[in-house]
Design a protein around this ligand. Sequence first.
Ligand SMILES: Nc1ncnc2c1ncn2[C@@H]1O[C@H](COP(=O)(O)OP(=O)(O)OP(=O)(O)O)[C@@H](O)[C@H]1O
Length: 724
Amino acid sequence: MNGVGRQGQRSGAAGVHHQRQYSDNFLESSSNGRWLQSTGLQHLYSSSSSSTNPSLPPLQDYGFYGGGGGGGGGGGGGQGSRMYRNAQRGFNGGNEFLLEPSTPPGPGNSRSRKNNGGGGGGEDSPGGDFSPGLLDLHSFDTELLPEMPVSGLYDGASLYRPVRGRSFDDSEPYINNKQTGRTRGLPENNLLKSFAADKEKSSSVAKIKVVVRKRPLNKKELAKNEEDIIDTHSNSVTVHETKLKVDLTEYVEKHEFFFDAVLNEEVSNDEVYRETVEPIVPIIFQRTKATCFAYGQTGSGKTYTMKPLPLKASRDILRLMHHTYRNQGFQLFVSFFEIYGGKLFDLLNDRKKLCMREDGKQQVCIVGLQEYRVSDVETIKELIEKGSATRSTGTTGANEESSRSHAILQLAIKRSVEGNESKPPRGVGKLSFIDLAGSERGADTTDNDKQTRMEGAEINKSLLALKECIRALDNDQGHIPFRGSKLTEVLRDSFVGDSRTVMISCISPSSGSCEHTLNTLRYADRVKSLSKGNNPKKDILSSTFNLKESTTVPLSSVPASNFEDDVIDSWPEQTERDDFDATEESYEQGKPLWKKNGKLEPFNLSTSEDKIRKPNGQTKWGDLPKVEPKKSHSDDDLSALLQEEEDLVNAHRKQVEDTMNIVKEEMNLLVEADQPGNQLDDYVSRLNTILSQKAAGIMQLQNRLAHFQRRLKEHNVLVSASGY
Ligand SMILES: Nc1ncnc2c1ncn2[C@@H]1O[C@H](COP(=O)(O)OP(=O)(O)OP(=O)(O)O)[C@@H](O)[C@H]1O
């Protein structure tokens, strides 16, 4: 301002010329910077220019590496032969599968090996097929299927047996004679009875099961002398959180949670399988869709836990298919894809980008997803390994990426209609395994990189939506809010009809992960304990226990809505906030009331600087976009906040641009006024007034932006504390 004033005072032709030049160059970036510098607002320059030209890295472009049939087929063929050889090696001697060519993953080979019926039929015929590229998730038309008796896998933990090199046809009675007898030749009434019993057993498998798995301390944590702060018992887990009092003395706060099962660091993957997936395997032959997912922060052991499960499950599925359901036309299909940044990629087809479509009946199809028909464990293993490798090396090769994507492996059981293998088989049941993105990634919303923030928001949204869907399922709500995210949309068919869900919450034992661990446990707790499907007594107990140890807040102060019995349809109207903030309050004593209802405190953006009057009284600039605080709900809050931020930045930029124009205009006036006898000083002082007003407006905007950023941070803290 002074600079301008000084220049104005340097009257005369040269001065005028200089003024014009200065004025003409005003919109050049260098001049802008200079001007802002001269007004002490140089810090605005970079922000305004960066907001005008946001050089945001584009989303990763995943090409079609496979190139469809030809190229893909070639590549796949090699792999396929390798897998075939492996399968030959794996199953030698006496195995009925030995004679089956395994499924080559490459399209070319797969096609050539496609089994179009004839021969032995059913599972005894050559396996190895893949879908025509359109996976209709709702092709699971089970109406044509007769009710099938389910095997009594519950009769013991004998189902899981090492299978490599062992014939499926060997006489080892991992499915006992009684069961075999049932399916093979029981009189009709016995069959019906047995079916009823099986139904009962199947309904005894909990709709939702939440299991926690604690991993051991890793080398890094040991090197850092991090403590193991987690105690586990058969169904409870206690987190010992070290906190600081106001006088900086340390104290330990205990948080105790109860779940269906808690597995400690010594528990093997086999035991995890037995506890989680094994009980639901038989019921997927009963038109049930089951989902097993691992939730937890990066490095907590999700992949370590999830990776072996599909293999073990498919081993059991194949056993059932080849014994209990022998010659009944059942087939097993595998697909493996990931959701990254809201987009779908086929992990078994060179990360080919996939489209999700909804047909007229709102049925979801994943266009282009390859589904492989498999009939031996070794092939499935190869496919899983291939998919996992593709996942982790897909983009940057960093584990970083895997923690930002959801990987979904599906085992679909289909059945040829009336034994006619030339017709496409119809879906019977499905088992989906989801290795979720690192839960803490959902909090990557303050990152400077817009892509990271958007990814974080997407992850956040999907984790929240997943929880909402599971809860809606368990509450038998008519409306399942699967549209909440890509993840839940893709899993839509797993949320309709008879379904089962197993959640494995993976936690790290280290003190350094305490906050994330608590978030994970809170998320898991809400999935389980807030559902109506549970024993209400247990709910209250569970929630009570969770509160009991963690705070000194009297239970009576916990709002009834904590137990969410009154929540009917919490998506999207009934917000997530309603439950997590109430709980939040219970966890953290003395938290301000505004968090109670989960509504972020409205941020009043109306300021007197919205309009600045020109000296002549005409309102010309400064009409900032009205950024109304949106009273959005749950996950909408984040997008509302992001939108708010964008609006603010735009408003900010507009202010700067307007100021430039005004100054430019005033400069022109000044030049015109720079005539002998004119009172230049008046102009200069008017100009100064305008600039001061504008500067004050810009400063105010800056403050508002800073305030907003604080709120965004707060929001994120809230989000991560809420555990979704
Ligand atoms: N129960 C366990 N016992 C032994 N090692 C484990 C266990 N769980 C995890 N690990 C090890 O910890 C490391 C991290 O595990 P993992 O990759 O499964 O984490 P993650 O949660 O999938 O991470 P991300 O989200 O980044 O993919 C791996 O080296 C894994 O072998």
